[in-house]
Design a protein around this ligand. Structure first.
Ligand code: ATP
Ligand code: MG
Length: 271
């Protein structure tokens, strides 16, 4: 079975760009003709809202997908955007029910592996799956880590973020040991402001400390992201030439080029 490559965003610090990364990177990959599925794994449902889906009106959400064995997984899927180039952007939405199932999920044996199992239903139809995590260190983060091939750690370019990243990486390490499973991670510098010393210095720090585990592309600060969330559309689809959209296009290119060189080198790639 040709399986998609699965990313999950993670950072217990709130407001660092997890949801913005999920939606803008996902839409950027679709611009290259990739078929992309976004999973909202945050009870706050910011991703769902950002894609103009009303969380409180949902018949089914990601909570049903994870907990119920009787529903058809296809019933949870929302086909959002179809592009002429064959790319697409779909959504498995979330709402507050996700918070309600958390206790049940953490008490059930192998609960953290349920999402991974359920996602297999969608494998044939997508090139990439992107999971948006909540800022909490909970069973939902365990589910995201278990389901993904690679974690994207969006990190704000300031010094307060340094300790937070170390804590997150040690938490991920503990999760991996408990699951006996290893996935890779890459840092993605977000909200970079070249006018500030703090941005410049922390960028230098992160690049030195996490030499081979960061994206080379960085995400600059761009007020257009707030406009995009107000318009409830990915910035990439509103204005592909906006600074922030171009930055995520560059991350998407880095991902796609990485896979192409992997396949050209004769190694067996996952996609
Ligand atoms: N590069 C950027 N430049 C300017 N604003 C940004 C950028 N990235 C994200 N934002 C804005 O910052 C706010 C927080 O971003 P986002 O919701 O993506 O963070 P988050 O990590 O998902 O937050 P939470 O932890 O609450 O889920 C949003 O208003 C978003 O529009
Ligand atoms: Mg978020």
């Amino acid at each position: 079975m040709k399986s998609p490559y699965i990313f999950a965003t993670a950072n217990q610090k709130g407001g660092v760009g997890k949801t913005t990364t999920t939606i803008t990177l996902g839409s950027s990959l679709s611009v290259f003709g990739c078929r992309v599925l976004l999973i909202d794994l945050d009870p706050q449902a910011s991703l769902t809202n950002h894609l103009a889906v009303e969380p409180e009106k949902l018949e089914y959400s990601v909570a049903n997908l994870i907990m119920s064995d009787s529903i058809n997984p296809a019933d949870v899927l929302i086909n959002k955007y179809r592009l002429k180039n064959g790319g697409c952007l779909d959504l498995i939405p979330s709402n507050i029910n996700l918070a309600r199932i958390e206790a049940e999920l953490s008490n059930s044996k192998g609960g953290g592996l349920r999402l991974k199992e359920k996602l297999k239903f969608f494998y044939d139809n997508y090139d990439y799956i992107l999971i948006d995590s909540s800022p909490a260190l909970s069973v939902l983060l365990i589910s995201a880590v278990a389901a993904c091939d690679e974690i994207i750690v969006p990190v704000m370019s300031d010094f307060l973020s340094i300790r937070g990243v170390e804590l997150l990486l040690s938490t991920i390490d503990k999760i991996e040991k408990a699951l006996d499973y290893k996935c890779s991670y890459r840092l993605l510098i977000t909200m970079f402001d070249k006018r500030t010393n703090s941005s410049l210095k922390s960028l230098e720090y992160f690049k030195n400390k996490y030499k081979n585990t960061h994206f080379h592309s960085i995400i600059n600060i761009d007020t257009r992201f707030k406009d995009a969330s107000m318009l409830r559309k990915p910035l990439t689809y509103i204005d592909v030439h906006a600074r922030g959209a171009m930055d995520y296009i560059s991350v998407a290119r880095e991902i796609i080029d990485g896979f192409n060189s992997f396949i050209e080198s004769g190694e067996e790639g996952k996609i």
